[in-house]
Ligand binder design. Structure first.
Ligand code: C2E
Ligand code: MG
Ligand code: MG
Length: 632
């Protein structure tokens, strides 16, 4: 009875885990299926351990057949549990893809041999026997220990060989630690075969599994109760080896703006309503919420996305009533057909997001398929990221200069510094490709400083007025304003090079992500140091005149798209814009001047400066000095 009492807390904990498992939704993946079997196996093994050891103790009161049965069942459940722990480790590193053919049989063999020996003990006494003096070990008892240690050893092998398949160090260490508890338990059972402590160690292993892998919080999105991005990654990672599946993603168009309009609370309620709707209307699919108004439905039941999209479309034709606020939301769709080759979960999810991005600008509301280009784009992004990191680390960024001319005499008066990086073969990668990535991963801060420093060194080494330059514009990404002491670090670079602040003008574009207050604060502290600012690409994206009016710019650069639009079809917009800027006291530069006619048109509109291929493409610094020395 004492053994029962000491096991009660273990039973309670296991039952709590079981109830917990069924009280929240779980993704239909192997790891979860093994986990539930593991809980049951622990429960049964612990119960059978008590029954078998009590049976062995009071064997005189029981029939021999019953004592045999109890021990056979206990030993069998023991190796089932061991096998399940191994299967769990294997599924964590996606070893289940080997779950067929020869591999599968190699892994199952110790389990099968041990089971046969256990069951045959009735007749052969191989693992144990029950005699007049009670329970005794058989000649092949050691096979059980071999089986235990074999599965733990293979688990460790799988964990180390496929270490990269773990999503985080928490998961890696979780797998190491729960297997350590199994080793401890197995050593105990080796030394004290009649002790029940092995069950306590296995319970500890289950607890580690819960804490590191099975806690529902890892896979659910708090607000919606739907599965999150981690869960989607795990779902794809596993399904790609098992079944064909369809992914249908949809996103609320202009999510951030819509959120600003309706407010955070109603939008959160709206997202919850949509989640409830998905669960109720698409029970055959697993629903995921993938941040910023993006949902994904995954199903193995149908290869056809059309009916799902149609149903969603007709629902979104009506508003979502979020606590009295009617939310009118429009959505766009993207899908990953079951036949698409899946190289990795990460790649698939990113390709799906980029297809959604394309779909958001399509008017007709059709479901955009993930195409090779989405995948290729993401692969390119990863490779650009690597090159960028290397370039920054080794300070290899190159700076090209493009002249800016005065409209009064078409003489060069300034230049714009433009960053260039090269891939391993020496080919240039466009700033359009690497600047957004540098902004996303934070590299832009150091990159920006390196570009400024190289421009300053160029100015120091060349008497600027000998090539007719009064200033050089250096681009500064507004994302750099998130670094609090940018004013000091930029100031330090100018001083280190012994330059005058007037010689560097900083070009910034409007960026929706940076708040007006941060923009003003950083611009003010840099202006105090003596820096001058130019507004770049006016007319592209988020240009906002009232915001601009408050900022201390000295010059506005009109985006080349606006210039080209005007030169193709003269309109009233650009002339009034330019005269407006001039009356506000700004000088104006027209970008993208590619021929004489465009230059004349912009001069006629009153622009002060011109920049474009007509005068020169951006040139490496050496070529720039050679090309423009004659203009001085
Ligand atoms: P941006 O600052 O507006 O630079 C002007 C871009 O227009 C340059 O492209 C330039 O080569 C191109 N361009 C100039 N004249 C013409 C023309 O007549 N026709 C055409 N089709 N294009 C012309 P680039 O060098 O590829 O740079 C693209 C953008 O990347 C830049 O636009 C800027 O936003 C960003 N960028 C470049 N260098 C840096 C940098 O050092 N820091 C930051 N933060 N951004 C940079
Ligand atoms: Mg610029
Ligand atoms: Mg520009």
């Amino acid at each position: 009875m004492a053994s029962v009492n000491s096991a009660i807390p273990s039973f309670i904990i296991l039952i709590m885990f079981l109830v917990g498992f069924f009280s929240v939704p779980r993704i239909p993946i192997l790891t979860n299926k093994i986990y539930i079997r593991l809980l049951l196996a622990n429960l049964f093994t612990a119960a059978l351990n008590i029954l078998a050891s009590d049976g062995n103790k009071y064997y005189k009161l029981l029939s021999v057949g019953l004592v045999y049965t109890l021990n056979i069942l206990f030993f069998f459940s023991l190796i089932i549990r061991t096998y399940l722990f191994f299967a769990y480790s294997a599924s964590l590193v996606n070893l289940n893809r080997y779950n067929a053919g020869l591999f599968a049989w190699v892994f199952r063999l110790p389990f099968i041999i041990s089971s046969l020996l256990i069951f045959s003990s009735f007749k052969t006494d191989a693992v144990f026997r029950v005699t007049e003096s009670g329970f005794e070990k058989g000649h092949f008892m050691y096979i059980l220990y071999v089986c235990l240690f074999f599965y733990i050893a293979v688990s460790y092998l799988a964990i180390f060989i496929h270490k990269s398949n773990f999503e985080s160090t928490r998961e890696f260490w979780g797998a190491i630690v729960f297997n350590l508890f199994l080793i401890a338990g197995s050593v105990f059972v080796l030394i004290f075969p009649t002790s029940l402590l092995i069950d306590t160690f296995c319970l500890m292993a289950v607890m580690v599994i819960f804490l590191c892998f099975e806690n529902p919080e890892f896979h659910t999105e708090k607000r919606t109760g739907l599965f999150n991005g981690n869960a989607l990654t795990e779902y794809i990672q596993e399904m790609r080896y098992k079944k064909r599946f369809l992914l249908v993603a949809f996103a609320i168009k202009n999510y951030q703006d819509i959120r600003d309009i309706y407010g955070t609370l109603p939008m959160d309620t709206g997202i919850r309503l949509i989640s409830d709707y998905l669960r109720a209307e698409f029970p055959f699919a697993t629903s995921f919420y993938f941040k910023e108004g993006r949902f994904v439905l995954a199903t193995t039941e149908t290869p056809d996305a059309e009916p799902i999209c149609e149903k969603l479309k007709s629902r979104f034709n009506h508003p979502w009533n979020a606590k009295g606020v009617d939310l009118y939301l429009s959505i766009c769709f993207a899908k990953l057909d079951p036949d698409t080759e899946i190289r990795s979960a990460d790649l698939t999810i990113n390709a799906l997001i980029s297809a959604l991005h394309r779909a958001s600008s399509a008017e007709d509301g059709t479901c955009t398929s993930v195409v090779e280009k989405d995948i290729a784009d993401y692969i390119k992004e990863i490779s650009v990221k690597k090159i960028l990191e290397l370039t920054v680390e080794e300070n290899l960024v190159e700076v090209f200069l493009q002249p800016i001319v005065e409209t009064t005499n078409l003489r060069i008066v300034g230049a714009e510094a433009l960053a260039r990086i090269r891939d391993r073969e020496g080919h240039f990668i466009s700033p359009e490709d690497f600047i957004p990535i540098a902004e996303k991963n934070g590299c832009i801060t150091i990159l920006g400083e390196q570009i400024l420093d190289k421009t300053c060194q160029f100015i120091k080494a060349n008497a600027l007025d000998s090539i007719g330059l009064s200033w050089i514009n250096v681009n500064l990404s507004p994302i750099q304003f998130f670094v609090a002491d940018i004013a000091n670090s930029y100031d330090e670079i100018i001083r280190r090079n012994g330059l005058d602040y007037n010689i560097i003008h900083l070009e910034i574009t409007e960026e929706a992500m940076v708040s007006q207050s941060l923009l003003m604060k950083q611009m003010e502290s840099m202006t105090e140091k003596g820096f001058k600012f130019v507004l770049d690409d006016y007319g592209k994206g988020y240009s906002n005149l009232s915001r601009l009016h408050k900022c201390p710019f000295i010059n506005i650069k009109i985006d080349m798209e606006l210039v080209w639009a005007y030169c193709n079809h003269p309109n009233l917009l650009l002339p009034s814009m330019i005269s407006g800027f001039k009356s506000m006291g700004f000088t104006v530069t027209a970008e993208g001047i590619e021929n004489r006619e465009m230059a004349d048109a912009m001069i006629a509109l009153g622009c002060d400066y011109l920049q474009g291929y007509y005068f020169s493409k951006p040139l490496p610094m050496k070529d720039f000095t050679k090309a423009f020395a004659i203009f001085a």
